[in-house]
Design a protein around this ligand. Structure first.
Ligand SMILES: *Cc1c(COP(=O)(O)O)cnc(C)c1O
Length: 375
């Protein structure tokens, strides 16, 4: 039996940096500072530097990061907040959980929000937009910054899939008033448990986020308001500090694989059998996911599985179609792209764990599938 080609291989990654990781964990055990303290501070500082950001606040996970970021903005209750119709539910969930109204907006051919479509969703009650750099591809930040300024809207960047993505040479996450990250193990920069962070360039927002995440206080027992408990702990911080040193190399490797996939799949694109997103040359996609599109998605996924190739679907149901949003009673003609793409998208194996031979096998098997179907 041929060896399985994994979608993600955290074991292989751990083994490649085992000595450093083991030492980082041991260092925390030796100090027994499990919450707060130098390991967390060191990571916050190095992540802020990597992302070219002034402030970094470590929190419990990427979902908390979104909620705390929204709370920090102190928007009037029931504000309308525009979010993409294609994302992970955390993006829209944070809006409802902080007392606001979810306004879904359809995506473009590149799976991202675009200012022209977002514009049609703006009402006098709109207060913010949450951009998602989905799959690791940056949204058009310059255009959105202009839109936000024109309509006096707050901009949040959900960067949960975009560690290492560059927009015009700059890391994403510094254009919005706040940006949020997840360190869920499978993300481009993943912890060995839950973790998240908020970035901002605004000292007042940074302080508010820190207080919201720490029971409304900056110092022990001096609670200015009610917050919550959401922490990035020392073990995760120590692990993340090690992994951050390797991130650049890993993102470059993801880009090499993506480049190979793109070139190799070109004949199928020309025949109209599969669709690939185009990435403007001024941007660096972080390739958290490499997503292709085909009307034969389910059959192709089953075929790849038969050939021991793991794939994923991100995400199989557009957010407006989730039972959680039945109460919004959407019409069938709304969100045509997000809904169609949910039927057609397929995420191929991607990550620094992939060997050249494995990437080649993925491509050959896709060609084989289409050859068998069209002959
Ligand atoms: C993973 C993810 C989140 C949530 O992060 P958690 O750490 O799992 O809470 C939010 N938004 C997007 C786009 C994500 O992919």
């Amino acid at each position: 039996m041929a060896e399985k080609i994994a979608f993600l291989d955290l074991k292989k990654q751990y083994l490649s940096i085992k000595d450093e990781i083991d030492a980082a964990i041991q260092a925390v055990l030796d100090e027994t500072t499990f919450i707060g303290g130098k390991f967390v501070q060191t990571f916050e500082k190095s992540f802020a530097d990597y992302q070219h950001s002034l402030f970094c606040i470590g929190v419990g996970n990427g979902t908390d990061a979104l909620e705390i970021a929204l709370e920090a903005l102190a928007l009037p209750p029931h504000s309308e907040i525009i979010v993409p119709a294609n994302s992970f539910i955390a993006t829209s969930e944070a809006v409802t959980r902080t007392g606001h109204r979810v306004v879904f907006c359809d995506c473009g051919e590149d799976y991202l929000l675009h200012p022209e479509t977002v514009l049609t969703k703006i009402t006098p009650h709109t207060r913010a937009i949450i951009l998602v750099h989905l799959y690791g591809q940056p949204c058009d930040l310059t255009a959105f910054q202009k839109l936000a300024q024109t309509y006096h809207l707050k901009l949040i960047e959900d960067c949960a899939q975009a560690h290492g993505a560059l927009y015009a040479g700059q890391p994403v996450g510094t254009t919005g008033h706040l940006s949020t990250f997840s360190f869920y193990p499978g993300k481009n920069l993943g912890a060995y448990g839950d973790g998240g962070a908020i970035l901002t360039q605004d000292p007042a927002l940074a302080e508010r986020c820190r207080m919201l995440a720490n029971h409304g206080r900056l110092e022990k027992y001096n609670h200015q308001f009610e917050g919550r408990n959401s922490r990035l702990d020392s073990l995760q911080s120590s692990i993340l500090t090690v992994k951050l040193k390797h991130l650049e190399k890993w993102i470059q490797r993801r880009n090499e694989i993506a480049y190979y996939y793109q070139k190799a799949l070109q004949p199928l694109v020309e025949k109209g059998l599969i669709g690939l997103p185009s990435v403007p040359p001024t941007q660096r996609h972080a390739y958290h996911l490499f997503v292709i599109r085909t009307t034969k998605r389910d059959a192709l996924q089953a075929y790849l599985k038969q050939h021991h190739i793991e794939t994923g679907i991100h995400y199989p149901i557009a957010l407006p179609d989730l039972a959680a949003y039945n109460y919004l009673s959407f019409k069938l003609h709304e969100f045509p792209n997000a809904r169609r793409f949910a039927q057609e998208i397929l995420s191929l194996p991607m990550g620094e764990h992939l060997t050249e031979a494995a990437a080649k096998t993925v491509i050959q098997t896709i060609f084989q599938f289409f050859a068998e179907r069209t002959s």
